[in-house]
Design a binder for this molecule. Structure first.
Ligand code: MN
Length: 261
């Protein structure tokens, strides 16, 4: 079992250290992660400046780039093996609902999925790393179960497992002690309200600085969502896809717009 670990909080973050500790006994495990915090970088790739790879401890390499950069260069030339699984995280805070659009944690996993490898993004619901070791054990339990079900295997770019494409999972784990953790639940993504207002301050030179405000509160946190499940103490699992096409909108657009000119 070959596993690549990345994240968006940087290679020194407690979440990735906990993930590595929980998975290192599972096989050949290597970390390629951003040098610095790259949260909310989504799938960004660095195209206009060089990337450098440095060695931390033997299994840890860090890159002056984004989460997607890390996975991209790992898979396209850095690693001398093809991972069977890519795991990203554990993120410092939830990636639920529309967070997944911005998340670098999801971006790293999505890059692996785009390269044809089963990939999982792990996040803790609350920031601050409380019970991060418990979260890492929950992550390991999920992967052990996936392996037992035969859902992790050797994929080439073309191959599929049981006729299915490699999969991408988004997982959010509540910050709870092991005794209070409920089971796993398959969930859809909820929705958040629009983000909070941008924060402005004056810098020492008298110029206005703009700071992106916090994500909005949950708007759709009804039963079946990741928000709902994690609030009950469950770990939410959402299978993600990449095709953003709004298929149900195609016919109305064709009918009411294209055909009218
Ligand atoms: Mn992050």
């Amino acid at each position: 079992m070959n596993i690549l670990i990345s994240n968006d909080d940087g290679y020194r973050a407690p979440g990735i250290l906990a993930l590595y500790e929980a998975f290192k006994s599972l096989g050949h495990v290597e970390v390629v992660a951003p040098e610095l915090n790259n949260s909310a970088k989504s799938n960004a790739l660095t195209l206009n400046s060089p990337l450098y790879v440095h060695q931390g401890n033997p299994a840890f390499r860090y890159v002056n780039g984004t989460p997607a950069d890390c996975v991209h260069i790992a898979l396209t030339g850095l690693l001398d093996f093809r991972p069977d699984l890519i795991i990203s995280g554990i993120n410092n805070g939830a990636n639920m609902g529309d967070d997944t659009i911005y998340s670098g944690t999801v971006g790293a996993a999505m890059e692996g999925y785009l390269m044809g490898i089963p990939s999982i993004a792990f996040s803790q619901v609350e920031k601050g790393w409380e019970y991060v070791d418990v979260a890492a054990q929950r992550a390991r339990a999920l992967v052990d179960a996936l392996m037992q079900k035969g859902l992790i295997g050797h994929f080439s770019d073309e191959e599929t497992l049981d006729g299915q494409q490699p999969w991408l999972l988004n997982v959010n784990i509540p910050n709870l002690p092991m005794t209070e953790q409920k089971g796993f639940k398959i969930c859809r993504l909820g929705r958040r309200h629009a983000a909070e207002k941008v924060i402005t301050q004056i810098n020492p030179r008298g110029e206005t600085m703009y700071w992106i405000g916090a994500a909005g509160p949950a708007k759709d946190e009804s039963e079946g969502t990741d928000f709902f499940a994690t609030a009950q103490g469950f770990t939410s699992i959402t299978p993600l896809q990449i095709d953003l096409t709004n298929y149900t909108a195609m016919a109305p657009w064709a009918e009411n717009f294209i055909n009218t000119f």
